[in-house]
Design a protein around this ligand. Structure first.
Ligand SMILES: [Zn+2]
Length: 430
């Protein structure tokens, strides 16, 4: 199944929107920082017109209904009466790991019994326990898994997803994983951004010679993924038990040499000095539970986004969460993502990530939504097309059956999304 041609897409008109959060006015100005993060650009009793997969106008319902073009073309326009509901830009989930086969239920139980992340990894659980199934799976099976996740995400309001490989860790299975993301993306009306995470963890075969594995990532995986246009980003898990800062720099340099942008899992388990990586202009540093004051100051002067994934802290049963207030108040651009993965964050719900951000990280509901939309778009370098509701941007919208946007993180654990519009295509969540 291919994507519909944008020219053939029907015109869509959303009217009677109780609260439309546009997050307008940020494009070109860099990611949202500090007080600006909480500015929603709200329009009440609003209407949005989408044509050919793009947003063409945003305004009040009464003005839209008087528009001469609309009056003339009303018959050819699909109208959605939002009846006072809330409409947001579709969520941009800028950090997910959807290419896996089975849930990790043994790890789940072991953790309940008290085992730590590192203890589970040492006992053969963790990331390594997902490898065998992914290596064996035909690509078709992986495509189905990824597509199911994308559809589930869309039903919860997500329209753009960054999707990583990382559960194969051989040349063949990593390329198969990113190809599965590409194939799933072509059958889904939303937007998927593929990331090569060959450097997720050192596989067992290279346990005593991690540097050899890094060479494989740098000299084979990254060049092949770039040449075959299978990935836009290269990611690395830089932490104790994974890859060292020196290896991370080497992998970033290989990404750069092959024309791919960089991002990293960093500061999840321990603090790593970030400054040496900034010369590669990474799009995002993700997790960031541990970060030094001097690095916070550095990040405040850069466009690298700090992507916080509180679902992982929640699911690991941790007491501490990333210190979002410290980052936001210092002027670091912050995004929120699910970190959807089978070991530490098996959720596709951006509303849940936002709820955790509010209750455990003291972000306001407005800040959490901005972090889940416009700053997520910045974290994927897609802010020119995604993350806000403005004429010229892609028609990515989510409708929620609530009267006030603050209810979205408030009713935690429930999905209030009723309609999602992905590149101008309407998907109903009912
Ligand atoms: Zn992750």
């Amino acid at each position: 199944m291919g994507k519909a041609s944008p020219k053939k897409l029907p015109a869509l008109l959303l009217v009677n929107i109780g609260q439309l959060l546009t997050f307008r006015g940020g494009a070109g100005a860099g990611p949202r920082r500090g007080r600006e993060l909480g500015e929603t650009g709200m329009v009440e009793d609003a209407a949005v017109l989408c044509l050919g997969g793009k947003i063409v106008s945003v305004g009040k319902t009464k003005d839209a209904l008087r528009d001469p073009w609309l009056k003339k073309n009303r018959k050819n326009v699909t109208e959605i009466d939002c009846a006072g509901k809330v409409v947001l830009p579709g969520f941009v989930d800028s950090h997910t790991h959807p290419v896996f086969v089975t849930p990790r239920l043994v790890d789940f139980e072991k953790r309940i019994e008290g085992a730590s992340y590192e203890q589970i990894a040492c006992a053969g659980g963790g990331i390594r326990s997902s490898l065998e199934a992914v290596r064996k799976a035909p690509k078709k099976e992986l495509v189905e898994k990824v597509l199911t996740a994308f559809r589930d995400m869309a039903a919860h309001g997500t329209t753009t997803v960054e999707a990583k490989s990382g559960y194969g860790l051989t040349l063949e299975s990593e390329l198969k994983s990113v190809a599965a993301i590409r194939d799933a993306a072509s059958a889904w009306p939303g937007t998927a951004v593929p990331t090569l995470l060959g450097a997720h963890v050192v596989p067992q075969e290279f346990q005593d010679c991690s540097q050899k594995y890094v060479e494989l990532v740098c000299t084979e995986m990254i060049p092949r993924a770039a040449r075959e246009r299978l990935a836009q980003f290269v990611d690395v898990f830089c932490d104790k038990g994974a890859f060292t800062p020196a290896q991370t720099e080497q992998i970033f340099a290989a990404a750069d040499a092959n024309g791919l942008a960089a991002r990293a899992h960093i500061g999840q388990l321990s603090e790593t000095t970030l400054a040496p990586f900034l010369r590669f202009k990474p799009a995002s540093f993700d997790h960031m539970d541990h970060v030094s004051d001097s690095d916070v100051q550095q990040l405040a002067k850069n466009d690298t986004v700090a992507t916080l994934v509180p679902g992982a802290n929640y699911f690991l049963g941790l007491k501490d969460y990333p210190n979002a207030r410290r980052l936001i108040d210092a002027g670091v651009p912050v995004a929120l993502a699910t970190d959807y993965n089978p070991g530490t964050s098996p959720t596709i719900s951006m509303a849940m990530a936002m709820s955790l951000a509010c209750t455990h990280m003291k972000m306001s509901p407005a800040e959490a939504i901005a972090a889940a939309t416009i700053n997520g778009a910045w974290a994927l370098r897609l802010a020119d097309r995604k993350g806000s509701i403005e004429p010229g941007k892609d028609a990515d919208l989510a409708v929620f059956a609530v009267n006030d946007y603050r209810e979205i993180p408030y009713w935690f654990g429930a999905n209030r999304c009723t309609h999602t519009i992905l590149n101008g295509i309407l998907a109903s969540g009912d």
